[in-house]
Ligand binder design. Structure first.
Ligand SMILES: Cc1cc2nc3c(=O)[nH]c(=O)nc-3n(C[C@H](O)[C@H](O)[C@H](O)COP(=O)(O)O)c2cc1C
Length: 204
């Protein structure tokens, strides 16, 4: 975690880049953060525009090969994953744009998550269970959905995102939801209004 300059990592995952509802919501969260941290540094990662590779057997073997035994190709694969982890660890605050696509998280986000889960690097198992190694920091999730799912079995995202980041050691997680965006223009504008009220409350 950075010691002096407040730093925020914004992770966009919408296929619609900045125009995605989750990206707009994430940017509204960033704007509230900037008001509090005018000299803070914001880094953006666009996972749909610049996707990270999916896991495959070559990558898994590289990641589980001890550093001293890695080929140059394997070292390059591990360096790619290390860079994503370092970027995450450098941020005091993470804002994650989270669209719902087909009842799950975007596949680009899942691919990214697969780079972050590294035994001995971001988590480890102990006799009493798993321990996250990332260190706690704030994660604010900007969740945009066409339908309404909160509190229902169809909300597969909230539990998954919480479970995964808790596993890495991040406990301080807040969600800002904009739901029912496909219902009507009026419903969408109300959902954004309600989301903004939550954002202001979180920033207060
Ligand atoms: C391919 C695709 C699949 C979608 N699947 C769902 C879904 O399963 N449930 C839902 O409530 N909305 C669904 N939606 C609507 C999106 O959640 C909604 O458009 C939201 O704004 C997406 O976030 P984004 O605009 O940041 O990309 C889907 C949209 C797309 C494009």
């Amino acid at each position: 975690m950075s010691t002096q300059i407040p730093s925020l990592l914004k992770i966009n995952t919408s296929v619609f880049a900045d125009k995605g509802n989750s990206s707009v919501l994430a940017e509204n969260i960033v704007a509230a953060w900037r008001r509090k941290h005018p000299t803070g540094q914001v880094v953006t990662r666009d996972l749909a525009g610049s996707p990270v590779p999916h896991l495959d057997a070559t990558r898994i073997v590289a990641l589980s090969t001890p550093a001293a035994d890695r080929t140059p190709e394997q070292a390059a694969i591990v360096a790619e994953s290390d860079a994503l982890i370092d970027e995450l660890k450098a941020a005091d605050t993470i804002v994650l744009g989270l669209p719902m696509y087909n009842f799950g998280v975007p596949s680009q986000l899942k691919a990214y998550i697969d780079h972050l889960a590294r035994a001995g690097v971001t988590f480890r198992y102990t006799e009493t269970g798993p321990v996250g190694l990332i260190g706690d920091r704030k994660l604010v999730v900007a969740a945009a959905r066409g339908g309404i799912h909160l509190g229902q079995p169809s909300d597969t995202q909230t539990g998954f995102v919480k479970t995964f980041f808790n596993f890495l050691g991040i406990q301080n997680i807040e969600f800002v939801y904009a739901e029912g965006l496909a219902y009507s223009a009026e419903h969408k504008s109300k959902a954004f209004e309600q989301a903004q009220a939550v954002i202001e409350k979180l920033a207060a």
